[in-house]
Design a protein around this ligand. Sequence first.
Ligand code: SF4
Length: 482
Amino acid sequence: MNPQKQSYIDGAHEGITNQTLQKSLKKIQNGFGHGAMHYWKSMPDPELRKRVKARRMQTLAHADIVLAELAGNIRNRGGNVYFAATAEDAIKYTLEVAEKNNVKRVVKGKSMTSAEVGIDPALEKAGIEVIETDLGEYIIQLAEDTPSHIIAPCIHLNREQIGKLFTEKLGIEYTDDPPTLTQTARKALREKLLSADMGLTGCNIACAETGHVSLVSNEGNIRMSTTMPKVHVAYMGLERVAATLEDQQGMLQLLTRGAALQKLSTYVSFTGGPSEQEDPDGPEEFHLVIIDNGRSKILGDPDFREVLACIRCGACLNICPVYGKIGGHAYNSPYCGPIGAVVTPLMQGINQYADLCKGETLCGACKDVCPVENDLPRMLSELRYRLAYGDSKWQVKPHNSTEGFVFRMWAKVNNSRKLYGSLLGMARWVMKGRIGENGMISKMFGPGKKWTKDRDLPPIAKKTFAERWKTEHKQNRPEKTQ
Ligand code: SF4
């Protein structure tokens, strides 16, 4: 079995049986998920989502020009810009910057792109200490775990587990009191922030017109990570760019509302170059690493380009019935939920991550809640289409030739009334001996075994619809009059 498929199945089982996770998922879905859906319906500016989406698509269509403008404006301010074609290029560049500046400690702001690239292990291998400064990410790092939500990385842990973790890793007396735990993390992180040589963050949105990077946070850690160390490196996926300040404003408005029903996050930081003489603080060096890593291929495919309009708010996770049961770990990617089910196969391999797009229900809730109205269900179907028929452009082999054969046979059977009737009769006969006292089949064999593992199967009706129609219609048919 494809190891990724096994990991999806195992991760889903673990998620479903984790009671802490189940409780948190329910809370997050009832609160943020349904809240966002309700919010869009009553938004004072009902056209905002459409306007932002249209501008996102326009910007993506001219991404080369917009990114060149962004890079030019940052360079004019004394910042450095590096275009990384691959994750390896981004790592290489970052290690070079770290080496040049004799970096011993890196403080990080929450960044999914950095997780995608895999910079942490590379820095650690080079003997550099890496500290996450977002509270949730810090907890995950202490637990040597991975995030299970885009915005709320440690929702699978409860406060008792976090209390025990802090006792074990930070040496404090056990407590599960959230303010005490937060203060403990704050104190530990403050020391790291004060002595860090490099800040490594993501980028929520970069504005080409002004040449700056904006970062949202609710904890203030981003401000410290970007201004206290002498070097600031910001990672951005090439799609995270707004052409104008006005575009950026619209995206920010939607981002925080989609993520947590906030009109604006507690902090919004704007950065984009080394500190200037009159600045009280700020880095001596600024580097923006614009990462492709498969994005330009997505950009070049009109069926999938839309996914790059995503502003990573996490609202689709908060409403998805699949994510809402299995949680984020099953997706085995920094991007989970419906957005992950589209973007991960596109970036990591459609065959390898086939189960992510096949596992979603196509219920359409993710599209309804998405602030930029991304049609994720359409793109999930597109991925399934490519898996069914193969696609040389994406190096997709038809995923399951047996499945294809079964459906071709199914089509043949359905086209022949006689064949259909005989097979149905045979199946009825096979099932007969397996019907339990409750009138259901609770144990099947062969491929049916998996179905009855978790639920009963109703037996095939004694008469088909056509047979019943024939007899009942005949009985009710009015007598012919002479
Ligand atoms: S697809 Fe839409 S809802 Fe999901 S993370 Fe992206 S912007 Fe948010």
